[in-house]
Unconditional design. Structure first.
Lengths: 454, 325
């Protein structure tokens, strides 16, 4: 009879905390070894976490929606023998009062654990804030002493200051930035002119967050529903603002005649299906893009300070829309794959993104991104660059269209062609219009002349 | 200028004081003819004679007791512990007798007890200890722990000239690894009770001493590349430590990380944390944290010793966490 600790796992080298997004088991449920017991969402990826041992889920110490540092005690599993479950007062929050855990050796540099250690004696009504408040809200409110002193000195409202610390906590640096930026409290104008130059790395706060321009104050009307942002929503929002501010976006559009690709696809679809791969137009586009990037390194690049970093590897990010947000898994060294290899990689990454089985490494180190709004019939979209890359390509809807076709005898006729638009947004700091257009022309040529056996 | 090691700096300081003041004499195990286990007193017996450089029996309590009596009678003894780990053999006479003499009987006890401390040398549990916390709790003692050659010399001279008993902890890992150019002919005396700013920084103060000063400086180099600027404060004196310097630095950087090689529980970092809370709580922008050795006797095995003792990377990680807090 033993209780085995279940900890918030470290899902990658640089990850400090994770949000417990969903419990898949209840207290008292039997669990098998390696059976998923909860879902987490980190900066990089969503994942199901398996049970470290078989037994009965005895205690749940972190509730859904809480964000806790890695290595935080999340639950305990009672192994076979003594399956006496600590009778939980209620199904979930607040966490069942855990008996103070046996002292464990604390790693020298362990961050202070956010896990509740000793809960107040059973069932104390009121006094506790309601369960609606997230851990992030509480952390934001729990300002550090120096922040509290500065806020009081300057008569500020803590909630109005954008925070860059852990879980959005307002740091001293945030207060200083806020004081520097907000000249007159009277001015109601919501849009403050953004600084002329995009923030250089040196001016980004050391907390690593994005400086958010306060938006208009919005209040719900009767009947409205408020949906607090999930972690992935918040990260997406921050990333989009950052990208728009960091990179001067320019977009170029090019029309592609997919007729030949459509014929090839029709011819080889069954063969690919036999090998378990769905052959999509996207696979052809990805294959052409990967090949063209090799000849246009500036499009497969990043800005590093005042230098252009030309990536040796061609790692294609493929944006996957999920019910709960957007994720961009990466095909490493895509230029070294055949058509079926690219198609299989796209299918595999998309499947695993939907089933939350991606590893953090599979969403990192992209060098160029393709997004595919055309699947919904959109003619094309103008995407925002996935930082720190130089460009992103959107694939528009591919449809049969009437077109002018040159006849063998030199005359023109109206024919039926399969066509669509590719749109690329690029960072004009390093990619000029001519670079982008030459690259797009090569992608188009690749698709028009796609090899039979690629 | 002459380049000297940390060890040579201690030797030079001892020799200069013995030349300057003939009341200064030394006692210890094998310090005379043999020159000491680490050769700190090499040549001293030939130079100053067996009456001033005395080989003793293997009894730390006898050495400290005899020194206390000599100090009361007007001499200025310097005792060597072959390893500072064995200072605990003289714990009672140091804490009950020596530390209280001035208060009880208005007796001056100008004596120094010095010896090699510290790990990173694969010395195991009996030859690697950092016992400062055991004596920190005793009013009446002073404790110094130099990191640089300059302070190794300056503090041994200051300790010998002090009218109160001073424990002088010299780090054996630094003995021959630290080399500095020191000016010839300067009477270097480091005031007891004053910290030294080893590196100026903006984002986080590392409060540390002895060999950990160098780990902290290494961490500062790593973090500088990430835009994080560490201030490193070398305490030099542990009792009474320089509270004003700590407070001034924390008020500037708003974050304090305390690093010591001694084990965590009951270590000096806990006391420093308490002082920070008492004096500058309202300036903190992150919890005060510690990087210390794990609470175990120090293992012999190199891999285990490396794991137990604080490493540069531990400081880097703790600092990153605090700056992001």
């Amino acid at each position: 009879m033993a209780r085995i600790d279940v900890l918030m796992p470290q899902m990658g080298e640089s990850i400090a905390e994770g949000t417990l997004s969903k419990w898949l088991k209840k207290v008292g449920d039997p669990v098998k070894r390696d059976e998923p017991i909860f879902e987490i969402s980190t900066d990089k990826v969503d994942a199901e976490i398996p049970a470290p041992t078989a037994g009965v889920l005895a205690e749940i110490l972190v509730t859904e929606g809480q964000t806790v540092p890695v290595q935080t005690l999340v639950a305990r599993i009672e192994t076979e023998a003594g399956a006496a479950v600590a009778a939980p007062a209620a199904p979930a929050p607040p966490p069942a009062p855990a008996p103070a855990p046996a002292p464990k050796p604390v790693p020298t540099a362990a961050p202070a654990s956010a896990a509740p250690v000793v809960a107040p004696p059973a069932s104390r009504p009121a006094s506790e804030p309601t369960g609606d408040e997230s851990l992030e809200d509480r952390l934001r409110r729990k300002s550090t002493p120096v922040v509290r002193r500065m806020v009081a000195e300057h008569g500020l409202d803590l909630a109005a200051i954008p925070g860059t610390g852990m879980a959005g906590r307002v740091t001293k640096h945030d207060v200083i930035s806020y004081l520097e930026q907000a000249p007159a409290p009277a001015s109601p104008a919501p849009a403050r002119p953004s600084p002329a130059a995009s923030p250089t790395p040196a001016s980004i706060p050391i907390g690593g967050g994005v400086q958010v321009i306060p938006g208009p104050v919005v209040e719900p009307w009767e009947g409205d529903k408020v949906e607090p942002w999930s972690r992935i929503r918040k990260l997406t929002a921050d990333h989009m603002i950052m990208s728009r501010r960091v990179s001067p976006h320019v977009s170029s559009l090019i029309e592609i005649d997919y007729t030949r690709v459509a014929q090839l696809r029709a011819k080889r679809k069954a063969e690919f299906a036999d090998r378990g791969v769905n052959l999509t137009f996207l696979a052809f586009v990805a294959k052409s893009v990967a090949g063209a990037l090799r000849n246009h390194p500036v499009v497969n690049a990043a800005v590093m300070g005042e230098a252009t970093l030309l990536r040796r590897e061609i790692n294609l990010g493929i944006a996957v829309a999920l019910d709960w947000g957007l994720i961009v898994p990466v095909i490493r060294r895509a230029d070294e794959l055949s058509l079926i290899g690219v198609a299989r990689a796209i299918q595999d990454l998309a499947d695993r993104a939907r089933s939350k089985k991606l590893t953090p490494d599979e969403v990192q180190k992209g060098t160029f991104t393709i997004t595919n709004p055309g699947v919904f019939g959109t003619m094309v979209g103008l995407p925002i660059i996935n930082q720190p890359q130089a460009a992103i390509l959107a694939v528009g809807a591919i449809e049969k269209q009437p077109a002018v076709v040159a006849q063998p005898d030199g005359t023109d006729a109206i024919g039926i062609r399969t066509k669509g638009i590719l749109a690329m947004s690029f960072d004009h700091r390093i990619v000029d219009g001519a670079d982008a257009d030459r690259f797009l022309a090569e992608v188009r040529r690749g698709l028009h002349e796609f090899a039979d056996n690629a | 200028m002459t380049q000297v090691t940390y060890l040579e700096a201690i030797r030079d300081g001892l020799r200069e004081e013995m030349e300057r003041d003939d009341r200064v004499f030394m006692m210890g195990e094998d310090i005379g003819n043999y020159g000491g286990a680490f050769k700190v007193t090499e040549g001293f017996q030939a130079r100053f004679g067996a009456e001033r450089v005395i080989d003793t029996p293997i009894s730390e309590v006898a050495i400290v007791g005899a020194a206390a009596g000599a100090a009361h009678m007007g001499l200025r003894p310097v005792c060597e512990m072959q390893f500072i780990d064995f200072l605990s053999c003289a714990y009672s006479i140091l804490t009950n007798y020596v530390a209280t003499a001035r208060y009880r009987a208005d007796l001056k006890t100008p004596m120094v007890v010095r010896g090699p401390c510290g790990g990173y040398v694969r010395g195991g549990p009996f030859h690697s200890q950092n016992p400062e916390a055991a004596y920190l709790h005793t009013p009446g003692l002073k404790i110094v722990a130099p990191a640089t050659a300059r302070d190794a010399k300056g503090l041994i001279k200051a300790a010998i000239r002090d009218d109160d008993p001073v424990l002088y902890f010299e780090h054996k890992f630094l003995y021959r690894r630290i080399k500095e150019d020191l000016p010839d002919g300067e009477d270097i005396v480091t005031p007891i009770g004053e910290a030294r700013l080893a590196r100026e920084g903006a984002h986080l103060t590392v409060v540390t001493y002895s060999a950990m000063v160098f780990k902290a400086l290494e961490a500062a180099e790593v973090l500088a590349k990430e835009g994080i600027s560490l201030e490193v404060l070398d305490l030099r004196t542990l009792l009474p430590f320089d509270e004003d310097a700590i407070v001034a630095s924390v008020k500037k950087t708003n974050r304090a990380l305390i690093v010591h090689e001694d084990t965590r529980t009951g270590g000096i970092a806990g006391e420093i944390t308490a002082r920070i809370n008492e004096r500058c709580f309202e300036w903190l922008d992150a919890p005060v944290r510690r990087v210390c050795a794990h609470d175990v006797p120090l293992p012999y095995a190199p891999t285990l010793e490396d794991f137990v003792l604080p490493q540069t990377d531990d400081i880097v990680k703790a600092a990153r966490w605090m700056v992001a807090y």
